[in-house]
Design a protein around this ligand. Structure first.
Ligand SMILES: *Cc1c(COP(=O)(O)O)cnc(C)c1O
Length: 376
């Protein structure tokens, strides 16, 4: 898929490195011991990098099981990956079981209601259709309570011919391995699944893989780490960057000392500044919360190894950068500067925007030129 317009007409470029994505999957897969399978979470358009491209690249790398969030994502993914196992994390929406079966897609059953609706279909058909059961071990979003789960698994009237293909649970605090919640969830997951040694189990997201073999079970479901994100806080990130966002310089100008920059006049030049205005903004996913004010510094861009702090508010379609200390020859009109990527980690930007890199990635703009190529 090439972008429809000439390159120079775009305000910015999003480059996605599918080789790095595949390499990240291979590296996570390598951290699992022999028995465990490495799946991939490709929900939200594969964290913004493109579900179809990512799905194919991961399948080619050896991934066979995929997790999406909603049924529409599953149907779209099935169209490009006829062989893959596809799970829908949000589970079974009412009255949709026939679509799951038609597209050979598996719901992660997240409540007794969903389990009943699915087993009813299985009883009618006289066979088990594959699905996972989600057990809530403490996050209190989706999932049967441990009590509901244990009772349901003994209730042959409820189950009929249905046998779950997978029992899964989700960690609430994986990004902080020292949090006692991780151990509690691990112990509870082991306890409730112990009576079913023949059914596959899955607990680990990216952070769970990095936390070590106790968390691996039979299947791991990494997302953020595949896309180069930071799964565990305050720790060196072992993954390769997958996405790079560059924005085009429209204008470089001087701002006299004492004048303000941007909407709301919230940032004043404390010395004479040089200011580069680039053609991307919050409408492109460069979150407005990373704006800069006199009280609180904002995010930054990188230009040929020089750091260019954001000045003032991030607008819908443009951002102003402090390029006072950047050599003139790097500031040509039309040049692209890195707003996010190998030298501007999404997790670093996220710290300024009071969010996590997941939000940066899943916000990546639809207005950029999109290029699938190695990051250089
Ligand atoms: C999104 C998600 C994942 C992947 O999580 P990462 O933190 O991105 O690795 C795994 N399991 C569930 C239930 C999820 O919702």
């Amino acid at each position: 898929m090439s972008s429809p317009f000439p390159s120079g007409l775009y305000g910015g470029r999003l480059t996605i490195d599918l080789e790095a994505l595949a390499a990240n999957w291979t590296s996570l897969n390598g951290r699992l011991d022999g028995g465990a399978e490495c799946a991939a979470a490709v929900k939200a358009d594969a964290y913004g990098v493109g579900q179809e491209h990512a799905g194919r690249a991961l399948f080619d790398a050896g991934c066979r099981t995929f997790f999406v969030a909603v049924p529409t994502e599953a149907v779209a993914l099935r169209a490009c990956l006829p062989q893959a196992v596809i799970y829908v994390l949000d589970g079974l929406f009412p009255g949709t079981a026939e679509h799951f079966i038609q597209h050979d897609v598996r719901p992660v059953l997240g409540s007794l209601c969903e389990l009943r609706e699915w087993t009813q279909i299985c009883r009618t058909a006289g066979k088990s259709f594959d699905a996972a059961i989600h057990v809530d071990t403490g996050i209190h979003r989706l999932g049967l309570t441990p009590t509901e789960f244990s009772a349901a698994m003994r209730d042959q009237d409820l189950l009929g011919p249905f046998v779950p293909a997978l029992i899964m649970s989700h960690l609430a605090c994986g990004s902080t391995p020292a949090h006692p919640m991780n151990r509690r969830q691990l112990d509870l997951f082991r306890e409730v699944t112990a009576p079913f040694p023949r059914i596959s189990r899955s607990l680990a997201n990216s952070a769970g893989i990095l936390m070590g073999p106790d968390y691996h079970f039979d299947l791991a479901r990494p997302g953020i780490a595949l896309y180069g994100g930071q799964a565990i806080e305050n720790k060196a990130n072992p993954m390769r960057p997958v996405a790079k966002v560059e924005a085009r310089i429209m204008l470089v100008r001087d701002v006299p000392e004492g004048d303000t920059i941007g909407y709301g006049a919230r940032q004043r030049a404390t010395r004479p500044l040089r200011n580069a205005v680039v053609a991307a903004g919050y409408a492109d996913g460069l979150l407005r919360r990373a704006s800069s004010t006199d009280e609180r510094p904002g995010g930054f861009a990188m230009i040929g190894g020089y750091r260019a702090p954001i000045l003032g508010r991030i607008s819908m379609d443009m951002i102003t950068l402090d390029v006072t200390d950047v050599p003139q020859e790097l500031l040509k009109r039309g040049a692209l500067v890195e707003m996010l990527g190998p030298s501007v980690a999404a997790s670093d930007l996220a710290a300024y925007a009071e969010t996590i890199d997941y939000e940066y990635l899943t916000s990546l703009g639809r207005r950029f030129e999109r290029v699938y190529a190695p990051l250089t």
